[in-house]
Design a protein around this ligand. Structure first.
Ligand code: ADP
Ligand code: ASP
Ligand code: MG
Length: 433
């Protein structure tokens, strides 16, 4: 009996009807002979509402109390989901992270999973129950409640699948699969059938919120394929898998947009060993995640260090940088809070040339100025103004012809129509033969 782990995101369990529908899927998988674990998110936009609620109480809630609050969202869904399954006549049991020991470090709001006690899940599966697990939450060695970062239920999905040796996992969501661009921003985007872990990891880190980048990394490490699919129908979605040779033929597979970035430029930084280390040590100590870093020499003795962070981190970063400016003589700091980043991703970039040129030309055609450029082996990113983000994404998507193939306009002339009729006649004759 193989084990399948499925995850239902917030929109797939948004109300009682959706929860019933998710429950039905879990029951059907069991009827097909699988042992089933379902990881669930908080209902609809519950997490956003809870964050909002905290904001009504205080401007600076502690990270610990935020985790206490946010973890309640998923706890509601697990109980309702287990009830819905039992109501269908199938035994089920729900677990919070504390109950199955999803042990994390103590970084509230961004905790990393260290291990999961698979025994309790396996025991319940062996007893014939469908097991429901709360996504997004963890618990420290000392029993403190943590959360894994926004979108973290994806991580729970993959971590649970790896812990109990599931053959693959299914991520049920509100899109049919992974698209060549966020279909909400690029209506002509096309669904991708298969994509590699590495490409998906880049896409997720560059703003494709459909999967959490750490979840994809975890899946790669444990070689667990992920099937991203719609919770509304049974059609095949996108498989996230290991690389095969032919996958390198596609130069650019998809584009992504990171919408909320802030840029920081530290100017007149003495160009000597240890300066960058000093700057980034301070940021790391404050647990600030830095996006891209660029250092340029302005005079033989001075450099500018520019980097980007998520917009939400700007107040903390501003405070730290101002402190640095007071400590290091001559250094000044400039802040921009209106940035975004557009990226193209594809394995084929390793062997094909001309990708950068094509991307820059697409942006230039829309009069979009590039502030900074960063690259990896399979990705090129441009920092631009946020206001131009959606336009940039569409331009680049078009430049690499990633969209759905347009059907030729249905302009059938009289001549063509007769030809068509003849063809049909021929076909029928052939069939008759
Ligand atoms: P869930 O609640 O199921 O976890 P999310 O809202 O986190 O769902 O992720 C699904 C959303 O991801 C989609 O509605 C879509 O707007 C967005 N998205 C961004 N980039 C992509 C992409 N390349 N392909 C598909 N969806 C994407
Ligand atoms: N409920 C959490 C969030 O909205 C986790 C998740 O849905 O993956 O971010
Ligand atoms: Mg999500």
């Amino acid at each position: 009996m193989s084990i399948v782990v499925m995850k239902f995101g917030g929109t797939s369990v948004a109300d009682s009807e959706m929860i019933r529908s998710a429950a039905r899927r879990a029951v059907q998988a069991r009827q097909r002979g699988h042992k089933v674990v379902a990881v669930v998110s908080a209902m609809g936009n519950t997490t956003d509402r809870l964050i909002d609620l905290a904001g009504q109480i205080t401007r600076r809630p502690s990270r610990r109390e935020m985790d206490q609050l946010l973890s309640t969202g998923e706890q509601v869904t697990i109980a309702l989901m287990a009830m819905a399954i039992e109501d269908m006549g199938v035994p089920s049991v729900s677990f919070t992270a504390g109950q199955i020991r999803i042990i994390t470090d103590d970084v509230h709001g961004q905790a990393k999973i260290r291990r999961i006690n698979a025994h309790s899940i396996v025991r319940e599966l062996d007893a014939g129950r469908i097991v429901i697990v709360a996504g997004f939450q963890g618990v420290t060695e000392t029993g403190e409640v943590t959360t894994l970062g926004r979108g973290g239920s994806n991580l729970t999905l993959v971590a649970v699948a790896a812990a109990i040796d599931a053959k693959f996992c299914e991520n049920y969501t509100d899109v049919d699969g992974v698209y060549t661009a966020d279909p909400r921003l690029v209506p002509g985007a096309r669904k991708i059938d298969r994509i590699t872990y590495d490409e998906m990891m880049e896409l997720s880190s560059q703003g494709a919120s459909v999967l959490h980048n750490r979840a994809v990394g975890f899946a790669k490490k444990h070689n667990v394929p992920i099937h991203v699919r719609s919770s509304l129908h049974n059609r095949r979605g996108t498989m996230i898998v290991s690389e095969t040779e032919e996958m390198e033929r596609i130069v650019v597979n998809a584009v992504a947009l990171k919408k909320h970035l802030a840029g920081i430029s530290l100017k007149n930084v003495p160009d000597r060993p240890g300066m960058a280390a000093t700057v980034f040590h301070a940021l790391a100590a404050a647990k600030i995640v830095v996006d891209d870093i660029i250092q340029t020499e302005t005079t033989p003795k001075l450099a500018t260090i520019s980097f980007t962070v998520d917009l939400s981190a700007l107040p903390a970063v501003r405070k730290l940088c101002r402190k640095m400016c007071r400590q290091i003589k001559g250094v000044t700091a400039e802040f921009e809070k209106d940035l975004a980043k557009v990226s193209v991703v594809g394995l084929g970039m390793r062997v094909h040339t001309g990708v950068a040129e094509r991307m820059f030309a697409a942006l230039a055609s829309g009069g979009i100025n590039i502030r900074d450029i960063t690259t990896s082996e399979i990705k090129i990113s441009c920092i631009i103004k946020r206001a131009e983000g959606a336009k940039a994404l569409r331009l680049v998507h078009d430049a690499f012809e990633l969209g759905r193939k347009k059907k030729p306009a249905a302009k059938t002339t009289k001549k063509k129509k007769t030809a068509k009729k003849k063809k049909t006649k021929k076909k029928t004759a052939a069939k008759k033969k």
